[in-house]
Design a protein around this ligand. Sequence first.
Ligand SMILES: *Cc1c(COP(=O)(O)O)cnc(C)c1O
Length: 398
Amino acid sequence: MPVKLPIYMDNHATTQVDPRVLEAMLPFFTEKFGNAASRNHEFGWKAEEAVEMARGQVARLIHASPREIIFTSGATESVNLALKGVVEAHRSAGNHIVTQATEHKAVLDVSKRLEKFGCEVTYLPVDRDGLVDPETVRRAITPKTILVSIMHANNEIGVIEPIEQIGRIAKNKKILFHVDGAQSVGKIPVDVERLGIDLLSISAHKIYGPKGVGALYVRRKAPRVELAPIIDGGGHERGLRSGTLNVPGIVGLGKACDICQKEMAEEGERLRRLRDTLKDLITERLDDTFVNGSMTCRLPNNLNLSFAGVEGDALLMGINDVAVSSGSACTSATLEPSHVLRALGVSEDLAHSSIRFGLGRFNTEEEVRYVADRVTETVKRLRDLSPLFETAKRRDAR
Ligand SMILES: *Cc1c(COP(=O)(O)O)cnc(C)c1O
């Protein structure tokens, strides 16, 4: 059977809503439309009941208690609340934050803004595999440090940072630890107790839930995290995030977490096999193709490859029936190469020649084979057209 085109393989950018998630959400747009804060009638009670069920589903997935879950509009807002909220509430204790160079823009841009307001931020380097050394975290901590913020899994290269070791260091030094879990929660096991996480940012649309909803886990004991809100007005969500709750979205996030909790192990194995097949089919047929980031500490659904002598954007255009991302232009109209790949020490040329494949729940083996064929033939064609690549090859051969 021919594959259906176009093929979506950009699941780090967003995911398709799972039909089971949509089905759970639909009644909350129609007959169950109540405001979860309405205490006087059945409509409100039904909405509140649904929100509390979702809170339990999110908590269960990360081994937290439901009271530790604050609903937000997504991981970007969760990161803002975590970082700005800690800085405001702990101003008297210090003004220093430790993070790393390969974070998502959500963390990097909030950090930059906090610097304008008098914070000092250390951006730790990563090694060639994209991993931060926990010892550099320990050494970066000063008496003024109030927060360590390290992502769990990287959205471009899928590498998984040593969160447990960093959590232990933060705990020993009594410093709060925020983790951007947008790419890890629901894909690999995340246990806030075992990993020593105090604040964890979560996004629904990365785990087959709806866009515009997410959560922040805020530890309530050992230690109880003090946080200042960034949105005031009504005191919803324990005063940390005011505003009428997005009940259908929250129901969708809860259902998405519930499905991940039940199916993560099996789905991870299936995606790992598909990802490895994709990698093997491409690298066996093409020379001068490099994997970016650690292959061992990595999400099962991520593959990031650089193809020497080929512009990533030209490759994207050549495979226009396959949705993937390139390592340039991914954040804006500027043709800056990916800050993540640059932090790994990947040359500017190879960073520009990179492609991110993000496999997901709805990809099939037939699709993987089709994508591998298209990529292979397109790279060969582009290299044949590229005088630069031939020159480089000849120079290397000498
Ligand atoms: C997608 C993503 C975010 C932002 O999440 P939104 O819910 O879209 O705001 C933050 N961090 C990482 C690592 C992501 O992949």
